[in-house]
Each structure stands twice: as C-alpha cells, then as structure tokens.
Ligand binder design. Structure first.
Ligand code: PMP
Length: 450
C-alpha cells in the first residue's frame, strides 16, 4: 500500500471559477490509499523514525488525531507490520473510529475539550503513552520535520511537474502547516521565488489574525481553548514560507465545498472547499497567465452528514442568501463550560434548558455554533454541588434552527422532548427561543427573535 501514496491528480476547475481570468487547479489528495494528504506525512514520519532508530521492528506507533493522520498511520502500520495506537477526542465520529479499527489500530478515547497543558489532552496523552510503552514511538505531526519533508519532497515536486513549471500560486489550508510549508518551500525554491504561497484560513482562526473562536471547517485553521495559557504554534508551520493569507468565512468554505461536488463532480472535504474558495477569489485578481493550485486534502465522503447535508447546513444558519448581519447572542443565554453550578444557578434563573457554550475569553464577540457543547437546565443541576463545574453535568445539545427557516418546518422537525431551540445565522448563535413560542404566526424563525 505504501507504493500507492502520492502522485495524485491535478484537476482544472471549469464552473466554480465563475469566469476568473486565471486558471484554478485542484490537487485531489483523496486519491491517496487511505484517503488523504496525511498518507504522505504518515509514510514520511514512519520512514524517518525507522531511519533514526526511533521506531524499530516490533515497535508501537502512537499519535493523537481525530482524523486523517490517525487513519493514515493505521494504514501504514498495517502495511509495514507495526501496532498502532491512536488517541482520539471523544467527539470523533463513529465512522472515523470504525475506520481506525478496520485497519487494526487500537483506539483510546479522551475528552475533547481540554486545554493544551492538560495531561490527558489528545496529543499529550499520546506522547505520554508512547513514552510509557516499550518500543513506543510518538509520531507528533505538529512538530515532526518529516511531516513538512513529505510535502517538500513529493507534493511540491508533483505540482511543479504537473503544471510544467507554470504554477504561480499555491493555496492550502493550515492544520499542522506541513502541506503549505513543505510544498510552498519547494515551489518557491524551484521557481526562483516566483511562486506565491497563500494560506487559506477560516475567518476566526488565529493563523490569519482571527480571534481563535472555533469554526466549522474541520482539520484546518487554529482555534484557541480559553484555558490554554500559551498558544504555541506547530513547528510544522513556518509563516515565513507564506507570502500571503486569505481569510475565508465558514459560509464561503461550505458553499464552495458543495459547489465543487455539484458543478465539477469533485467530492472533497471542507478544508478543500476552503482552499478553493480562497483560490477562486485570488484568481479573480490575477491574469490569464496565472495558474493557481489549491490543495484539497481529503474526500467529501467523510462529511456527508455535515457539509453535504441540507439540514445540517440550514440549522447552522446558512440560508440560500446572506441575509442581514446576525445579532450578538445575549450573554445570559449562553454560559461558558468553565462556569460553576452556583454561578449557573444564578445565571439561569428561569429554569428552561439553555445551551452551555465553550466561550472564548473575548466575550464581546458573537458566540459561534461551533462553540456549543451541550445544554444545561436547573433540573439537571439540582443534585450537583455548588462548586462543581457545569461541564460535568451536561445535557444533550439543543436543536438548532436557522433564522431563515420557516417556523412551520422547524416545528415539524422538533421532537416533543425539547424545551428550547437555538436560533442561528451564518454559523453564529443569535438567540435561544422556548419551543412554546414557535406557535406564533411568524413566517421565519428570525421574526421571533426579540
Ligand atoms: N484538511 C484536512 C482534511 C486534513 O486532514 C488536514 C491535516 N490535518 C489539513 C487540512 C491540513 O493539512 P496540514 O496539516 O498539512 O496543514
């Protein structure tokens, strides 16, 4: 299987470019054997560890990853005969865990919402387990130079060869930064610094100067946990390689992801849609001799129940048109997961269920749907001690309803059990409405928001 890694196709976009003068090509990394660009990084890291002696026959591969890197290492480990242990956050989808187990990897589940310094945080736990296991080796893609090397020695040269040296711009999202840094460095070097290297970043990601609030596009961009003391960027990302950044709202990334499937027959994940959205915007500023290459790291198959699901999209407030700017969620309707039971009792007052929100330090900002981790009600807290954390008494997340959605459609969709609904617009929380108020004669949900 390792022989199948890399040499992925480059596809020219015809319709999604919307008449841009420059060409936009997509590097389709889903063509790798385990389905993503991470196959390159995983193979490179394992080969480097074998060469240095850090990983020897009979050794055990450890990594902390909710997605593609774990799956890639599981595939490589199976192909090369190593045990693989992947630490995953507890919010990972069942499909991802099933895929890891299908390749024979062992899965260790740990809470998703821990600050970087916590010993059970995904990556910290993986590193610790590796250190405690005889023959254990921690891959550590965020800081492992072999991740960057993979893209310097394969992705970059492939793009150069496939465009016959005509590439002028590389656009990619930044997770570890390995793709952009490695391929970007190669392309700058080989072109005599002619190729521009552009990071495509979710609007709220700190890489591009955002607030660090969570975003909906998986596996790319960087959000900062409110309790993280020092936000240390991955060593795999070298900002000096980039010549520019383009910040992309979740809406544009998701809509472009969907358009790629429908208008080009290209089923890619939202980090690919993010890169293409940035690449198309860039292409509109360029000329007919320019060639923009956007990297699509994985397949849309992993996200059918998210970005490609009409209800999922609509419930997060992404309507067919932009609509008016969202209002800021009233602070009393969301509470941070670090709130104590006593503080929550005071804040809740009324007694209907409210969503608990993982809220960033900057409270002046609207709260994003991606920040919601569940709900809490006074009933649910009754037996809890006042000094306990609300996060330890979470109820299920409340149903979501886009402000643009018809009231009748939302009412039909809601199960009897719900007391309240979270109103969203453009990926942000607008308000929390008691379900009883959905009975009014308003047409769309947004009309019911005070
Ligand atoms: N998109 C997806 C789907 C990914 O799995 C990754 C890798 N985690 C990225 C984007 C970002 O790539 P990189 O880590 O090389 O920056």
């Amino acid at each position: 299987m390792t022989a199948l890694v890399g040499r992925t196709p480059l596809v020219r976009l015809r319709r999604v470019v919307r008449g841009a003068p420059a060409a936009v090509l997509v590097k389709v990394e889903a063509a790798n054997p385990a389905g993503s660009s991470k196959d390159r990084a995983a193979l490179s890291m394992v080969r480097a560890a074998e060469a240095s002696g850090a990983l020897a026959p009979g050794g055990v591969i450890f990594e902390g990853s909710s997605g593609n890197t774990g799956i890639a290492l599981a595939m490589i480990g199976a192909a090369l005969g190593y045990r693989v242990v992947v630490v995953v956050p507890d919010r990972s989808s069942q499909e991802k865990l099933a895929l890891l187990r299908a390749y024979g990897a062992e899965v260790v589940v740990t809470p998703a919402l821990l600050p970087a310094e916590h010993p059970d945080q995904v990556r910290a736990l993986a590193a610790r387990l590796a250190a405690e296991t005889p023959g254990g080796w921690y891959a550590g893609q965020y800081d492992n130079p072999a991740n960057v090397d993979a893209h310097y020695s394969t992705t970059g040269p492939e793009i150069w060869a496939q465009t016959e040296g005509r590439v002028t711009h590389l656009v990619a999202g930044i997770g570890t930064g390995g793709t952009l840094t490695g391929a970007g460095r190669y392309l700058r070097e080989v072109s005599g610094d002619r190729v521009q290297v552009v990071g495509a970043d979710p609007e709220s990601s700190v890489f591009g100067g955002g607030s660090g609030r969570p975003h909906l596009v998986e596996a790319t961009g960087r959000f900062v946990h409110p309790q993280t003391r020092a936000d240390v960027w991955p060593r795999s990302f070298d900002p000096a390689v980039t010549t520019g950044m383009r910040r992309v709202p979740d809406r544009a990334a998701i809509m472009t992801t969907r358009a790629l499937a429908r208008e080009e027959g290209l089923l890619v994940g939202a980090s690919g849609g993010l890169a293409v959205a940035a690449a198309v915007a860039l292409a509109h500023t360029l000329g007919p001799d320019d060639v923009v290459v956007a990297v699509a790291p994985d397949s849309g198959r992993s996200y059918l129940s998210k970005y490609f699901d009409d209800e999922w999209v609509s419930q997060r407030g992404f309507g067919p048109d932009g609509g008016p700017a969202p209002a800021v969620a009233p602070a009393s309707e969301t509470i941070a997961h670090t709130t104590t039971v006593e503080q929550a009792r005071v804040a809740l007052g009324q007694g209907h269920a409210l969503p608990v929100v993982l809220r960033q330090a900057d409270q002046g900002e609207p709260v994003a749907v991606a920040q919601i981790i569940g709900s809490v009600s006074l009933d649910g807290l009754r037996a809890a001690a006042p000094e306990e954390l609300v996060a330890d008494h979470l109820g299920p997340a409340l149903p979501l309803a886009g402000a643009h959605e018809p009231v009748s459609a939302v009412r039909e969709r809601l199960a009897q059990a719900h007391d309240a609904v979270v109103v969203t617009h453009d990926g942000l929380v607008v308000a929390v409405l008691p379900v009883s108020e959905l009975d009014s004669r308003a047409e769309v949900i947004g009309d019911l928001v005070p």
